[in-house]
Design a protein around this ligand. Structure first.
Ligand code: AHR
Length: 628
């Protein structure tokens, strides 16, 4: 394939072309990115998920029970755990087995706290132990300040002296039975954090945040996904209940099968964006929930007001009502906010009526109100022109694709003729070719041919990047101990050794690691080589990104690539990713084998100025000239 790239005439590209969606699915938040080690730390409940004692076990004959006291810890956290001493002698208490275990490492500082109510004189002992042998890896004692009828917070630091050999460990809190005056103590909000990403309080799990950061994302779509919508229009992800002290966060009946703590709330998401330098696409609830609850037009205004409050919380200065709330929470400077999305997949929940109401009044009302107050904000509808939506100006669209490898390849020219700007709000190859539907043929992990299909779709989006805000992989991380969704970019468990970057991680990393500032037009046809060409004016480099996808012929594709104005002798780095012999091969967390092979070589433009190389079938490549 001869490719001649012109020196001008392309599009300026967005600097936030590659990113991800986050919502709490498959414990990607609680028990995942959110670093809290204690499961069910505050006995949060909802109609859908009643309070229980899951995660908790008594130590030395204590009896544990849930209580709704006249004097709860807070109006948000009404249920607490009563620990009755009974006839036990010596140290009694409780333990928590975490989210399918806890990683314990020596010399790391674990930061803990709990609230207790009841008269007790003595000390508390907090420890990290093996769940199998009972071996103590680290413990600390703290003097009780507990009082008969007052909730008192206790804080401690715990530094293990030994690393646990595996993650089957517990956190245990004990106290002397003899020091308890009235036979029992009440506990709530029992928390333990390992060191967190960037050292943030109430922060993120380091290895997972770093695995995400490692693919160089520049775009974050939050909060969800279905999580935003909730089951009913009384239980959507109400951002106001996710900010401020943890004791004031009631939690949330997650749409993915568990009660969510909301410890990973709006502020934590904004800090994540800040720490990773991500452009935020902020989703606001649009009055439609997963059970099909559609808010009628005359009842929609409170949700619009709420969305305006949310935008003000994120981007208003400290003199505004909600900007001042954010300032009090420790962030006086407004966050940059240029994109707001109204709802999530409104074409799906609520059937035709849901979608019609969105087109008829819900999106237009939000669009008008948001742009009236914030004219510079780009408002995005939760559907695309391909969902049959003639999106009213100045709105933008959101397009989602979960498909077969072939379907991903078909994306390549999808946006070539689309004048409306879109975000690709969720994308991943999830089915094998020939498979379809959510009940059959779903792969377990991202798989090589699907990943190459994704690469082709991303090339197509990047070619149209003057009208594509960016593309977000979804879902981004998944606990191996919970199944809500198969194909996910990064897998993890309590044991960090199981944190696994999928085949897709490698391709997104490669593309996101070579950002263009402008595309440049090129001369050749596509199929089986798909590509985009351009330059990075900041670095003074020329860039080619390509993928070979041929389902009928496995031959290599010879490429002769010339950039107008690039002289013979110019040096470039060529990176080629290839996969396993089985195109459906994947990175299996349990074997640790990485099926993606990366080769990097320096190549030089020949006498006629061309870079000549060959790409195997099912490969993904980037060539970038070395800045002179
Ligand atoms: O990413 C998983 C789910 O897929 C999202 O929550 C939803 O928006 C989509 O249907």
């Amino acid at each position: 394939v001869q490719i001649t790239v012109e020196s001008s005439g392309g599009n300026a590209t967005t600097p936030h072309q590659y990113g991800f969606l986050h919502e709490d699915i498959s414990n990607s938040g609680d028990g995942g990115l959110y670093a809290e080690l204690i499961r069910n730390r505050a006995f949060q409940s909802s109609e859908r998920f009643p309070a229980d004692l899951s995660g908790w076990s008594p130590v030395n004959g204590a009896s544990l029970s849930l209580k709704t006291l006249d004097q709860p810890l807070s109006s948000a956290l009404k249920t607490s755990m009563n620990v009755a001493v009974g006839s036990s002698k010596g140290q009694v208490g409780f333990s928590n087995d975490g989210y399918w275990g806890m990683d314990v490492k020596k010399k790391k500082t674990y930061t803990g706290s709990f609230w207790v109510r009841g008269a007790y004189e003595g000390t508390f002992t907090a420890s990290l132990r093996s769940n199998i042998t009972g071996e103590v890896f680290g413990s600390t004692k703290l003097r009780s300040r507990a009082k008969a009828s007052e909730w008192i917070e206790h804080s401690f630091k715990l530094v293990p002296t030994k690393s646990a050999p595996n993650s089957n460990n517990t956190f245990t809190l004990t106290f002397d039975a003899a020091g308890v005056k009235d036979g029992s103590l009440d506990f709530n909000l029992i928390s333990l954090f390992p060191p967190t990403y960037k050292g943030r309080k109430n922060g993120l799990r380091v290895d997972l945040a770093e695995a995400i950061e490692g693919f160089h994302p520049t775009l974050l779509r939050i909060p969800g996904g279905n999580m935003l919508e909730g089951y009913t229009n009384k239980t959507w992800w109400n951002w106001k209940e996710t900010i401020g002290p943890l004791k004031d966060r009631p939690g949330y009946p997650n749409v993915w099968g568990y009660q969510q703590t909301n410890g990973l709330g709006l502020m934590e998401y904004l800090e994540l964006a800040e720490d990773m330098n991500l452009e935020i696409v902020l989703a606001v609830y649009a009055g439609l929930s997963l059970n099909g609850d559609i808010t009628p037009q005359d009842k929609l205004q409170p949700f619009i007001d709420d969305a305006l409050d949310q935008i003000e919380f994120v981007s208003g200065d400290a003199t505004t009502k909600w900007g001042s709330v954010r300032a009090k929470l420790g962030h006086p400077a407004p966050f940059k906010l240029r994109y707001v999305e109204v709802g999530n997949e409104d074409w799906l929940a609520g059937g035709t009526a849901g979608w019609e109401s969105y087109k008829e009044y819900r999106f237009p009302m939000f669009l008008k109100a948001i742009n009236a107050k914030y004219p510079a904000i780009q408002v995005i509808s939760s559907g695309s022109v391909f969902d049959g939506y003639n999106i009213p100006a100045p709105g933008n669209g959101d397009y989602h694709i979960y498909g077969t490898p072939d379907a991903m390849v078909d994306q390549f020219d999808l946006f070539d003729q689309t004048p409306i700007t879109h975000i690709i709000g969720e994308a991943a190859a999830v089915h094998p070719n020939g498979g379809s539907g959510w009940d059959g043929g779903l792969m377990d992990y991202p798989f090589w041919i699907g990943t190459v299909g994704e690469a082709v779709s991303l090339l197509g989006y990047e070619r149209n990047t003057d009208r594509i805000i960016g593309a977000a992989y979804a879902p981004i991380i998944r606990s191996l101990d919970r199944w809500q969704w198969a194909v996910t970019m990064i897998q993890f468990a309590a044991d960090p050794a199981l944190t696994t970057k999928s085949t897709s991680w490698y391709v997104w990393e490669l593309f996101a690691g070579h950002l263009m500032t402008h595309t440049l037009p090129a001369s050749s046809n596509f199929n089986p080589l798909y590509y985009v060409t351009g330059k990075n004016e900041d670095k003074g480099t020329y860039i080619f990104k390509g993928a070979v996808y041929n389902s009928t012929d496995a031959a290599d594709v010879p490429v002769s690539l010339t950039f107008e104005g690039v002289k013979p002798g110019t040096k470039a780095e060529l990176t080629i990713l290839t996969g396993p012999a089985n195109p459906y091969g994947y990175n299996d967390p349990f074997t640790g084998v990485n099926v993606v092979k990366t080769t990097r070589e320096k190549i030089t433009a020949g006498k006629r100025g061309s870079f000549d190389f060959s790409l195997p079938n099912l490969s993904v490549a980037v060539l970038e000239t070395v800045p002179s």
